[in-house]
Write a protein that binds this ligand. Structure first.
Ligand code: PHE
Length: 348
């Protein structure tokens, strides 16, 4: 082929190509090592000087043109294929977006906070890693109390290098708080009564797990202190709390009980949320469910916080949030909350 023939044929052939592979064959046919144009360029050396120059220029120009055409066609292929990928079928059914949602414990915690806030309680917070002093001593829990036992408390390992050890007093040993009650002391150390607070938070117990026990769970502590606050006020507060939380009238029963940091100490039962007191498997046929410990703040606790127990009185309570969520949502096993099983979580 001479240059003229190449110029006639090549552009049409490039245009007619349907894919990159065919295009490559055309490139080889004209511009490859044994291609037509390459051969034409090779014959230049046989021409006379002036002719060589003009033919050489034409040949190079044609080579550039063909290269441009080849590139352009290749870009077209790329564009076509990406257009194909971006095709939107507007008749296809939509994709459902799965939204996440709050964990049942988070939900019930928020509801509880909201109800107590509406009754004028401030919401407080405290550390999950506590000292032995705040978790036990300041709450009038004597050193020989079983809660300090290895089997109830997660103690944190101290730095055991010899030269640092003597500086640490025994009461400064660290642990994972076994209840939210230490925040009673922390709050009173820095605030003056009258006040009313709740303290929602995570607590830890070193015990065997079963359907109603976990190594960590959530509590809400309550503390109300003034010159006159009494158990009657407490009764009103818990009654209206449970009425709002369960959305119906519930009966409250107070039983004498013992906690070192209250005097008198009481245990609070609510009428069974499932059978309303008639007796069922959840309340073990008693009609009552145990939901919290409470009582009037012990004078020793006020003293630990540098209050004069002759000036102030107050009630304190602590309830297990998991337990209440189990009642409200009818959940049979506390371990489900922490299992991370989506089949469980998605039911709420
Ligand atoms: N801290 C107690 C517990 O964890 C509950 C409690 C709190 C009891 C306040 C009385 C007063 O069991």
């Amino acid at each position: 082929m001479n240059l003229e023939e190449i110029k006639q044929c090549a552009p049409g052939e490039i245009k007619a190509c349907k894919d990159a592979k065919a295009l490559e064959a055309i490139r080889v046919k004209y511009l490859g090592r044994k291609g037509e144009l390459t051969a034409a360029l090779r014959t230049l050396k046989d021409l006379s000087q002036p002719k060589r120059r003009s033919v050489g220029q034409r040949a190079n120009k044609l080579k550039n043109e063909l290269e441009l055409l080849l590139e352009g066609r290749l870009r077209e292929f790329a564009r076509e294929s990406s257009q194909y990928k971006e095709t939107i079928d507007i008749t296809a059914p939509g994709k459902r977006v799965r939204l996440g949602h709050l964990h049942p414990l988070t939900k019930i915690g928020r509801e509880a906070k909201q109800i107590f806030s509406s009754m004028g309680f401030a919401v407080m917070d405290g550390p999950e890693i506590e000292t032995e002093y705040y978790n036990f001593d300041a709450l009038n829990i004597p050193p020989n109390h079983p809660a300090r036992d290895l089997w109830d408390t997660f103690w944190l390992r101290q730095n055991e290098t010899k030269n640092q050890r003597p500086k640490t007093k025994n009461t400064e040993r660290l642990l994972l708080r076994t209840h939210t009650s230490p925040v009673q002391i922390r709050y009173m150390e820095t605030h003056e009564p009258p006040f009313q607070i709740i303290v929602p938070g995570r607590v830890f117990r070193y015990e065997a797990t079963d359907a109603s026990h976990e190594i960590n769970f959530y509590q809400i502590e309550g503390l109300m202190v003034s010159k006159t606050v009494s158990l009657a006020n407490f009764k009103y507060v818990v009654e209206s709390f449970f009425k709002q939380l369960f959305n119906r009238a519930v009966n409250i029963r107070l039983r004498p009980s013992y906690f070192p940091f209250v005097e008198p100490g009481i245990e609070v039962d609510v009428s069974c949320t499932r059978c309303s007191g008639w007796g069922c498997s959840i309340c073990k046929q008693t009609g009552w469910l145990e939901v919290m410990g409470a009582g009037m703040v012990h004078p020793h606790v006020f003293e630990a916080a540098h209050y004069n127990p002759r000036d102030w009185q107050g009630f304190a309570f602590g309830m297990g949030l998991d337990r209440i969520a189990m009642l409200k949502y009818n959940i049979p096993d506390i371990r489900l909350f922490y299992s991370g099983d989506l089949r469980f979580i998605r039911q709420f």
